[in-house]
Ligand binder design. Structure first.
Ligand SMILES: *[C@@H]1O[C@H](CO)[C@@H](O)[C@H](O)[C@H]1NC(C)=O
Ligand SMILES: *[C@@H]1O[C@H](CO)[C@@H](O)[C@H](O)[C@H]1NC(C)=O
Ligand SMILES: *[C@@H]1O[C@H](CO)[C@@H](O)[C@H](O)[C@H]1NC(C)=O
Ligand SMILES: *[C@@H]1O[C@H](CO)[C@@H](O)[C@H](O)[C@H]1NC(C)=O
Length: 482
């Protein structure tokens, strides 16, 4: 309230009092002030500068007095009352009251000379039940305590006015706000707005929800043999809570919705958080302090499909988040190259029922052949002789979620290769055979020639020897004759 209106009010009040012929002991101005528990408040009292002194009373007892020197009243804990001396000399006799309590509410009177100004203090507090941190999915009740004459409204952490919805409920004439099924996104400062004709006050309330950030995709569709990454992001630094509570993080898995979860990985968060990592078969689980649990599946198999749930335990309470992994696989019967006139059966299947607005189909790329799944079926089969590239796709509203390619190979192509290689082999062997024959021919010819030469030499030797013999015989005969 500005000093001018206070003065006007005072004049009016004095005038009325004088008109009624009463002694002017009534307050010259009355103001209402709202304060919040734990906060401070200014009880206004403005007069002309160079006032001689001021006395503040609460429930008819002096709480503070200022003349030339400052003296304090007799009621206890008066340290919370304060007059600003500089402001006083300017005629601002407002009283500052800090660390408000509910018991501070009531009527304050500022007495300046023969004049009095009255201030009504109303003290409010917003309480939450349960108080402190909250786990995702829980309910929270906020209520306002204090004078019931004021009107109360609330706004959420996005500064939107709270109305009765599915998740918020207003009770008790708006003085109580019930928030159902709290989500991480509800964390932040909520506000309580208290208004009356002459005063208003906004009281903040901090809401802290521990849980997992909402992912856009809660179901992952992945092709077999691909690498899958699932991560769970926590809303809060666990170390803050760790100081007060026992905190544990775990990963569990179940293959089908009706089965029981099996624990995969579990550890307690210590006061000295460190990165943790564990490898189990094709699964790598990594804890990145202090926000994220990451699960990596390399070469994901059809059998790896199912629900992967991260569980956070805080004391005896827990909160969890499950992500559904759906795996797509394809197979062919028979496997391998397709001989002429034979058919191949291509099968494509998902590990879980397909979503209602989705399509699963086989199509021959660069062709027209296409086969859709029957409605509701999580598999599609095609019988074909068409070779080339086939693709099985899962589409939701024209967006391809995942796909796998399969190439049907013609056996004829395969035979041609065999034939070519066979001919090449045959050619090579013939050449080798010819070479070998030639070699043998040359070798035997040479051998024969050598043998003939040897025979001739022998004959010549024989002839020569015979001639010598004949000579000797002739000589012998010559001697005997002599
Ligand atoms: C009067 O003094 C108080 C501090 O005691 C100050 O907060 C307030 O703004 C002052 N009022 C005016 C009108 O100057
Ligand atoms: C997945 O990989 C294995 C070998 O690692 C292979 O035999 C199989 O055909 C692959 N599956 C698909 C659908 O590609
Ligand atoms: C291939 O499929 C067609 C139609 O489904 C069928 O008529 C034919 O007998 C099949 N051929 C072989 C060799 O299985
Ligand atoms: C399919 O057709 C496109 C052109 O439309 C061509 O570039 C591509 O090589 C073809 N692929 C096969 C496997 O024939």
């Amino acid at each position: 309230m500005d000093p001018f209106s206070i003065t006007t009010n005072s004049i009016l009040a004095v005038f009325t009092v004088m008109q009624l012929g009463l002694i002017p002991i009534m307050a010259e101005g009355e103001t209402t002030v709202f304060g919040a528990v734990g906060e401070q408040v200014i009880l206004p009292c403005i007069d002309k500068p160079q006032t001689n002194g001021v006395t503040w009373k609460y429930n008819d007892q002096v709480v503070i007095q200022h003349s030339i020197y400052l003296s304090r009243g007799r009621i206890p804990i008066k340290d919370r009352y304060e007059l600003n001396k500089q402001e006083v000399s300017k005629g601002n006799l407002s009283l500052k009251l800090s660390q408000l309590e509910h018991s501070d509410a009531g009527k304050y009177v500022c007495i300046v000379g023969s004049r009095t100004f009255e201030v009504q203090l109303q003290v409010f507090e917003v309480t939450g039940s349960p108080s402190g941190y909250l786990l995702q999915g829980k309910n929270l009740m906020l209520s306002i305590q204090g004078s019931s004459s004021a009107s109360v409204t609330w706004s959420n952490n996005r500064k939107d006015k709270v109305t009765a919805t599915q998740s918020t409920e207003l009770k008790n004439g708006g003085r109580t706000l019930q928030i159902h099924n709290l989500q991480v996104e509800d964390s932040g400062t909520w506000m309580c707005h208290i208004t009356s004709l002459s005063a208003k006050l906004d009281i903040p309330y901090k809401v802290l929800v521990i849980g997992f950030h909402n992912l856009k995709r809660e179901t992952l569709y992945e092709a077999v043999n691909s690498t899958v990454s699932i991560s769970y992001s926590l809303s809060t630094h666990l170390l803050q809570i760790r100081e007060l509570e026992y905190v544990r993080v775990g990963l569990e898995w179940k293959p089908v919705i009706d089965s029981k979860y099996q624990g995969k990985f579990n550890f307690s968060v210590t006061s000295k958080e460190q990165p943790l990592s564990k490898q189990m078969a094709n699964m790598q689980v990594t804890w990145k302090p202090s926000h994220t649990l990451e699960v990596k599946l390399s070469k994901v198999q059809f059998e790896d499909a199912g629900w992967y749930q991260c569980q956070l335990t805080v004391s005896r309470d827990h909160v969890e988040k499950a992500i559904h992994l759906v795996v797509m696989t394809v197979s062919a019967d028979p496997v391998g190259p397709l001989s002429k006139w034979a058919n191949v059966t291509l099968l494509c299947k998902l590990s879980a029922p397909i979503p209602p607005n989705a399509q699963l189909f086989w199509e021959h790329l660069n062709g027209t052949e296409k086969k859709l799944n029957m409605s509701g079926h999580s598999e599609v089969m095609v019988k074909t002789k068409t070779v080339g590239l086939w693709r099985c796709s899962l589409k939701v509203e024209n967006n391809t979620i995942t796909s796998i390619d399969y190439t049907v190979v013609k056996a004829a192509e395969w035979n041609n290769y065999v034939l070519i290689w066979a001919m090449v082999g045959l050619g090579a062997s013939i050449v080798l055979l010819l070479l070998a024959s030639l070699f043998i021919f040359i070798f035997t010819a040479r051998q024969r020639r050598r043998r003939r030469a040897e025979k001739m030499a022998q004959a010549r030797r024989d002839l020569f020897e015979r001639r010598i013999c004949q000579c000797q015989r002739q000589l012998k005969n010559d001697y005997s004759d002599a």
